[in-house]
Design a protein around this ligand. Structure first.
Ligand code: GAL
Length: 677
C-alpha cells in the first residue's frame, strides 16, 4: 500500500492526540520543582538538588542529583487537593555529616494520619525506598523526626522524590503557621499602675535596691509607708535604697501618683537569707551580641531598657555574658591582655577596662547589673574562667558592684578529667563531661556559691550546666537561685518546643529563691553576633512568652534592645502576663491535660486563682468546647480573663458550662481563672 502524505499527517495527529491525553491523565511532578522554602526545619535552610553543604546528595556512597535536603525536625506541607496518585522517593542521611551519630525517622502524613515511615535511620544506612498511594489525599506532610538519640547534627535527604498526578503540573506548598505579627494587648493606661513584684528578698546588711516600677503618665510621685528603719524612697524615681540591719518581714504600702490618678500596692520585704524571691527579669548580651559584647553596648542596652519603658514593667537586670574577660588565643586584639594581676584578681578586657563605673552607670538608671564566668579554667568562648581564683573573682564582682553571676560549666569537665598539673591554663579544648558523681558535679558551684554569700552584697547566683545531674534537685543546696534545665535555646520552633516539653520533670522544685531556667528569651532581633528578627512566628512567640511565664522562669530578654519593634514590646510589656511569672507563691505550671496536640498548663497563684495556658503544639487550629475542668483541679464558679487581651471573657460554672477555646497553630490562649463570688 502506498503511504500518502495525508495518511502520514493523520498518524502524526493521532500520536499528538494520544500524547495530549497522556499528559492530561498522567504527569510526573518532582518534589524539587515545588517551593521548598515553606518547609520548617531544625536549623539551616531547605536545600534544592544540593545537600546541606551545597554538594551532590550522597547516601551510603550512592549519589543522587535531585531532591530536598533538610534538617530534623523538619516539616513540609503540600496541598495535593486529591490530585496526586502516588509519591515515590528514597530517603537517608547524607554522608557529609561523617563523625556524627545522627538518627532520624522520615515520615509521611496524609490529612493528618501517618501513612508511611522509614523507621529509625542512622548514618551509613543505604537509601530506603518509599512508595505511597495518595488517592484522595488533600494535604500531605513530609516530616523528618528526631530518631530519639538527641543528636541533631543530621543532614536528611528526600531524593529522587516525585509525584504521579492526574494531570496537574505542580502543587502549592505552605506553612500553616500564621506569619503576620499582631498585637493583642491594649497600651498601658495613663493612670498609674505599679508593676514591680509584690515580694522582695534581701540579706541583712546588703545594699538594698528595689524600684517601684510603674506605668502611667509622668511626672509621677512615689511614696512608701511602713518602710523599715534603714530604707528610704526617692519620691521622684520610686527607687527604694538603704540597708536593713536585722532579719524580719516588713509590710509596706507603695503608692504612685500622677495627674490622672493614684495606684497602691502592698510590698512584702523579706530580710533573711533568701534572695530572688520572684524570678529575675532583665536582659543578657549573649543571644544578640555573643563574642562582640562591649561596655558601650551594655550601656546602650541599659539606656534602651529605660527609654523603651521596659523598666516600668519590672525589667531590672542588665547581664553581661561571656567575652568581658581576656581570651586565651583570639586573633581579636581587643580580647587579648593580661588575664589576672599579680594577686590573682581578674583584669577585664580592653572593651570593658573598668567595671565599677559601668556598674554605677547601670545602677544610676535604677537597674541592676550582672556578669558571667565559668568554674573551669576557660569559659565556653575561650576566655579566662574562675578555676583556682574563685575567691578573688567573687570579691571583684562585689567590689565592682555586681548583682548577678551566671556561672557556666564549660571547661570544668577538663578539671574532672585531670588538668596538666604544671599549667592548667594550657588546656585548650572544652569538655562537657557532666561530673558523674553527684559530689563532683556539685563541687564547683558550691565553691563559688559560698564565696558569693560571703560578699557584702546580694549576688543572684545563676547555675549553668545545661540540666546535667538533675540539677533541679540540688541547685538550691549549692546556693543557686536559678539553674539552666536545658542546652542553649535558638530562635527556632523546634528548639522552643523541645525545651518546653521537657520542663515538667523539674517543675516541683521551683520555689521562691530557686527557679528552673529553660534559657533566655528568643524574641526581637537575636543572632549571636549577627542579628536578625527572631525566626519564631508571631503565634510561636506568644506561646514562648506565655510558657516561660507559666514556668516561673527567669525572664532574660536576649535581643538587641535598640531594635525593639512594637510587636516585641507588646510581648514584653503585658503586666498581667508578667504578674503570672512574678507571682509570689512561686509555683511552676505543669501540663495537666493533653488533647491531641493541645497541652493544658496550670499554674497555681497566690490569690487562689489559676493561670491556664491552652498551648497548641500542632499545625492545625484547635477549636473546642472545653468542659474538663476537674482534670485541671478547677471546681466551682470562676471569672475568666484573657491575659493577652487583658479582657474579661465570661463567668463559668464548672460541671455546667463550656468554655469555647480557639487556639492558633503553634499558639496559645492564656487565661486567668479567679474564683467568683
Ligand atoms: C554556653 C551557655 C550560653 C552562653 C555561652 C557563652 O555554654 O549555655 O548561654 O553563656 O556559653 O560562651
Amino acid at each position: 500500500m502506498k503511504i500518502t502524505n495525508m495518511m502520514k499527517l493523520m498518524v502524526a495527529v493521532w500520536f499528538a492526540i494520544i500524547g495530549i491525553i497522556n499528559q492530561a491523565t498522567a504527569q510526573t511532578v518532582w518534589l524539587d520543582e515545588l517551593d521548598l522554602s515553606a518547609a520548617t526545619q531544625g536549623y539551616g535552610v531547605p536545600m534544592k538538588n544540593k545537600s546541606n553543604e551545597g554538594k551532590t546528595f550522597t547516601i551510603a556512597g550512592e549519589n543522587f542529583e535531585r531532591g530536598f535536603g533538610t534538617h530534623a525536625v523538619s516539616s513540609l506541607m503540600i496541598l495535593l487537593e486529591g490530585k496526586a496518585a502516588s509519591f515515590t522517593a528514597k530517603v537517608g542521611l547524607d554522608d557529609e555529616v561523617k563523625g556524627q551519630q545522627p538518627a532520624v525517622e522520615f515520615e509521611i502524613y496524609g490529612d493528618g494520619k501517618k501513612i508511611w515511615s522509614s523507621g529509625i535511620m542512622k548514618l551509613g544506612d543505604a537509601a530506603r525506598p518509599c512508595s505511597v498511594q495518595l488517592n484522595g489525599i488533600q494535604k500531605l506532610e513530609l516530616v523528618v523526626a528526631d530518631g530519639g538519640n538527641g543528636n541533631y547534627y543530621d543532614h536528611a535527604n528526600w531524593v529522587d522524590a516525585k509525584f504521579e498526578t492526574s494531570g496537574v503540573t505542580t502543587f502549592k506548598t505552605y506553612n500553616p503557621i500564621a506569619s503576620e505579627p499582631y498585637i493583642l494587648t491594649p497600651k498601658p493606661s495613663d493612670k498609674p499602675r505599679i508593676n514591680s513584684a509584690k515580694v522582695f528578698g534581701v540579706r541583712p546588711r546588703s545594699p538594698f535596691q528595689y524600684l517601684v516600677a510603674a506605668t502611667g503618665d509622668r511626672p509621677m510621685t512615689f511614696a512608701a509607708s511602713g518602710l523599715p528603719k534603714g530604707l528610704k524612697i526617692d519620691a521622684n524615681t520610686g527607687l527604694i535604697t538603704g540597708v536593713l540591719a536585722k532579719p524580719g518581714t516588713f509590710k509596706v504600702t507603695l503608692t504612685a501618683k500622677n495627674a490622672k490618678g493614684k495606684a497602691e500596692k502592698q510590698l512584702r520585704i523579706e530580710c533573711g537569707d533568701r534572695i530572688a524571691l520572684t524570678p529575675p527579669m532583665g536582659w543578657n548580651s549573649w543571644n544578640c551580641f555573643a563574642h562582640e559584647v562591649s561596655a558601650d553596648r551594655v550601656k546602650r542596652a541599659a539606656d534602651a531598657m529605660v527609654k523603651s519603658g521596659l523598666i516600668n514593667h519590672g525589667w531590672t537586670y542588665i547581664n553581661i555574658d561571656d567575652f568581658w574577660e581576656n581570651h586565651r588565643d583570639s586573633k581579636d586584639q581587643s580580647l587579648r591582655g593580661k588575664l589576672r594581676d599579680d594577686a590573682g584578681y581578674i583584669i577585664p578586657n580592653s572593651r570593658f577596662v573598668d567595671m565599677k563605673p559601668l556598674a554605677d552607670y547601670v545602677h544610676n538608671l535604677g537597674l541592676k547589673i550582672g556578669l558571667y564566668s565559668s568554674p573551669g579554667p576557660w569559659t565556653c568562648g575561650g576566655c579566662v574562667g574562675s578555676y583556682g581564683y574563685e575567691k578573688q573573682d567573687a570579691e571583684s564582682y562585689a567590689k565592682w558592684g555586681f548583682d548577678y553571676l551566671k556561672y557556666d560549666w564549660c571547661s570544668y569537665g577538663n578539671v574532672i578529667n585531670g588538668l596538666p598539673e604544671n599549667d592548667p591554663y594550657k588546656v585548650s579544648s572544652l569538655s562537657y563531661n557532666g561530673g558523674g558523681e553527684l559530689a563532683t558535679a556539685q563541687k564547683p558551684f558550691k565553691v563559688m556559691g559560698d564565696y558569693l554569700q560571703q560578699q557584702p552584697r546580694d549576688i543572684v547566683f545563676s547555675v549553668c550546666q545545661y540540666g546535667m545531674s538533675d540539677v533541679w534537685t540540688w541547685g538550691g543546696s549549692v546556693g543557686g537561685n536559678c539553674w539552666r534545665t536545658t542546652n542553649d535555646i535558638t530562635d527556632t520552633w523546634v528548639s522552643v518546643k523541645n525545651i518546653a516539653l521537657d520542663q515538667d520533670k523539674s517543675a516541683p522544685y521551683a520555689k521562691p529563691g530557686n527557679w528552673n531556667d529553660p534559657d533566655m528569651l528568643v524574641v526581637g532581633h537575636v543572632g549571636w553576633g549577627n542579628t536578625h528578627p527572631s525566626k519564631l512566628k508571631p503565634d510561636e512567640q506568644y506561646l514562648h512568652i506565655s510558657l516561660w511565664s507559666l514556668f516561673s522562669a527567669p525572664l532574660l530578654i536576649g535581643c538587641d534592645m535598640e531594635k525593639l519593634d512594637d510587636f516585641t514590646l507588646n510581648l514584653l510589656t503585658n503586666d498581667e502576663v508578667i504578674e503570672i511569672n512574678q507571682d509570689p507563691l512561686g509555683k511552676q505550671a505543669t501540663c495537666l491535660q493533653t488533647i491531641g496536640d493541645l497541652r493544658i498548663y496550670v499554674k497555681e497563684l497566690e490569690d487562689g486563682s489559676r493561670a491556664v495556658g491552652f498551648c497548641n503544639f500542632g499545625v492545625e487550629i484547635v477549636d473546642i468546647d472545653y468542659t474538663d475542668f476537674a482534670k485541671l483541679g478547677i471546681n466551682g464558679k470562676f471569672n475568666v480573663r484573657d491575659l493577652w487581651r487583658q479582657a474579661d471573657i465570661c463567668t463559668i460554672k464548672t460541671g455546667a458550662d463550656k468554655l469555647d477555646i480557639k487556639v492558633p497553630a503553634h499558639g496559645v490562649v492564656l487565661y486567668k481563672l479567679t474564683p467568683a463570688k
